[in-house]
Structures are given as C-alpha cells and as structure tokens.
Design a protein around this ligand. Sequence first.
Ligand SMILES: [Fe+2]
Length: 379
Amino acid sequence: MGSTFHFPTRLVFSNSAAADLLQELHHFESPKVIFLTDTGIVHAGLIDPFIQAIRADGIPVETFCDIPGNPNVQDVLPAFDAAKQMGASVVVGLGGGSVIDTAKAVGILLAHPDIDWEDLQWGRVKLQRPSVPVIAIPTTAGTGSEVTKVTVIGDRTGFKKGVLHPFVFTRTAIIDGSLTISLPPKLTAATGMDALVHAIEAYTGKRASAMTDIFALSAIRSIVRWLPEATFNGTNLRARQAMSEAAAIAGIAFDQSGLALAHAIGGPLTAKYHLHHGLGVSVLLPATLAFNCSAIPEDRWEPLRQALSLPAGAEPTSLPEWSKAFITALNMPVKLSEVGLQEEDIKEIAEGTTRMAMFANNCRPAAVEELVALLEENL
Ligand SMILES: [Fe+2]
C-alpha cells in the first residue's frame, strides 16, 4: 500500500496570537465570528485580548463558553445553535482538544445544517462540502487536534466515535506557546507525554512514510529536550513555544500515519477508569515499547536513537528503561496499578484493545493473550 500526505491547514507559529487571529480574519469578506471556548479559559482571562481585538476591528463576534471536557453531541448542538443564530461565517476555537474538536464539529454542522451528527459518526451519511472555516488556537500542547482531520465527539450515550474526513481540517492553526503558561505541571506533563507518544507511534507504526518521519522525529527531538523544562519551569516561554510547536508537528505526523498500541490500549483503559488521555497513553509507553522494540528495523532505529539523544551504540531494547526514567522524572506513574488498573479487568481491556482502529497499525501484531501478559507484567 502506498502513502498519501495531505495537510491543508495554514500553520501560524505565533508570538502574538490575538494580532495573528485578526490578520487571519482579514482574509475573509465581512466575517461573522462565533468564538468557542470553555469557562476555565474565560476565568484565566485568556479570551479577553482576542475579543477586544476583534471588537476593536469592528468584526461581529459572539462567544459561546459552555464547552465541557469530552463533549458529547448534546454539548455541541447548543454551540451550533448559537453559531447558526448569528449567521457565523468563521468559527474560532480557543482551548484544549475538547474545544477544538467542538469547533471543528460546529464548522461541519454549519456547512450541513440538516445533518444528524450520529449519522455522520456511524457513516450513514457522507460529508458533502468543506467545513465553514475554523481557526484553532490551542491552549494546551498535546492533542494535536488543531492539525488533524478528525473530530472526536461522544454520541448521545457518551460513546466516543470520531468523524474523520479531509473536510474536517481547520483552515488555520495559530500556535502560541504563551497561551499554555498557566497550565500546571501535572497537565503540562500529561499533555506533553501525549504528544511524545503520538510522535513515537507515528514513527514506529506500519503506515509511517518518508514525510511523516520528518515530522515525527523532529517532534520527538524537541519534546525530549523541552518537556521537562516546560513542566518544571512553566514560565520559560522558549520551552512553552517549543512544546506547542512540537505537539502540532507530532499531530501532523500521526494524523497522516496513524497511531499504535499505546493508544489502542489507552482507549479502553482511559474509558474504564475515566483517566486523562495523556496520563493513560504515557503510563502505557514503557510496556508497549518493550513489546515493540524487537520489531523496529535496524535502519529505522538509528534516526530514532538520535532523536531521543540516546548514546551511540544503544539498542532498541533500551527503550523501556529510557521511557521509564523520562516519565518518572516528570513525576508521572510508570506502573498500571498506579492509575487504577485492576487485575480482574485486564482481559476486558485486552479484548477492547483489539477493536481499536489503531491496533492494526502496530509494528508487531499482538494476540489477546500477549496483551494480557503485557498488562499483567506492568501492573
Ligand atoms: Fe493521544
């Protein structure tokens, strides 16, 4: 099978996101902006410079701030209604992955006002036309949602099912690390580890290509260098900007090449125990690297070794120990029992793993019994 690389989003690496947003809005004829965010962002005061700049420019703007974490379709519809009522022609999402996924869903719904979201999720209908333009401004450095062609919204029962289509790509992503400065160390570490796992899985997964390698290796190099600094010295703007850029670059890589075993196990694990996504995939990294390290071809190992800054001569078998040390230094757990995994749930999680889309992309095939052993060994 060949590979395709398609990335239409305009990426702005910014040191003044409000000014850059205004510049983006000037590309449109008479824009009307629906500005989506969450209450945490409002309370942190992050929204104010954006709204002031838009209003001062005379551009009509309405805000909708009631987007919860892990939104379901019933959380998206009020945002869509607000956008429809004002006749929005541009959607701006300022926030983490939940806000940006909602902004992407609202953009799609504005272009397809009569469509039922669940019909889209389950493939009963297809997208007919591109989304209304969406501008994503991330306030965390991890999910990569600002650069991916998927939006993951829960259905009416809360079951998470992504809508994946090239029409879902944002028009512009504005990457400004200063917006992440108020993130506490725990969240900085967990979201940053999510980005690292994206990059590692993009590189080691079966669908990696010459193009995605460039992005994945660059992101790995940067995250290994800057994540500890961003976590423990959060006001270091250079570290924050490097992490925000690396998370977007890792997002571009995995969007094109797919993810692998840590995310496949991470799906059922985080759902079962209501874990933070980044914490879930991070704690699974050492175990999945231990499982996969023998399947990394020799010619693919050397660039990865260099990106990780491992010493010359280090072998892929050093990956589990390296990752444990890196994660421990971030004050994050490396044992599955520390995130609540119960022995009696292991079989169910192993079976759930095999139903995840990214499972087939792992470089080494895994039988359910092997997954059970992997989870038991890392309890
Ligand atoms: Fe992830």
